[in-house]
Design a protein around this ligand. Sequence first.
Ligand SMILES: [Fe+2]
Ligand SMILES: [Fe+2]
Length: 258
Amino acid sequence: MNSVNELVVAPNSTVREVVAEDFRTAAIFQKYGLDFCCGGGATIERSCQKKGVNADLLIAELRGVMEGRSAEEPRFNQWSVDLLINYILQNHHSYIRSVLPTILGHAEKVARVHGGANPSLVEVAEKFRGIAEDMTSHIAKEERILFPYIQYLSQVDSAEKEIQAPSFGSVQNPIQMMEVEHQLAGDEMEEMRRLTNNYTPPAEACTTYRVLFQELQEFEQDLHRHIHLENNILFPKAIQLEQSIQREDEVTRSESVV
Ligand SMILES: [Fe+2]
Ligand SMILES: [Fe+2]
């Protein structure tokens, strides 16, 4: 069933490479409580051992989903860094900017009206305010520093120019910083899931209360997908790009010395 570029899932495949190959597998990892976006570097075997999940069953399920893949689904792993960056900006950064004020408004309203009877709603509003501030600053850092540098790497690569070292040394430094922030955001949303009882409103909840929980759940899903595209696809490609340009530069320099 597999062409040369497709992955056959095995116990030693990393969660990251499986999700990078086919994002629909993320829902399966999520169902078993396995971290696919921040802790994606672990092998399937290791992640299953950690969570007490049967690896054979999981692999069978993953293969089932991957076999039923349609040709229209985007193969992000095969996209260029420029295309990935544009996609992330247009789909995820713009989504964050557009929904933050609405969700925050709903969280504050629900906390004000129902927080007396249910104090966890006050915590939900406070936590979301923190997440909103962190995410706003996070995406601004990516847009001002990291993404332009990755786009620069791509231009240097196609023009076969020599690389001008950035003030932060290597692309790996801002990437590491962004990955730490991804982990923190993921942890915060996990806490949000706990506070909201898996985004399940009580039977008597009013419409705004229900809408808020739905918005929070969508926000978390979008965040997972966004982090996955950066941690598992864009960042490894950027590191590889920088290393290959540096290797080329070294070869050119050594040839010019001879
Ligand atoms: Fe981002
Ligand atoms: Fe990010």
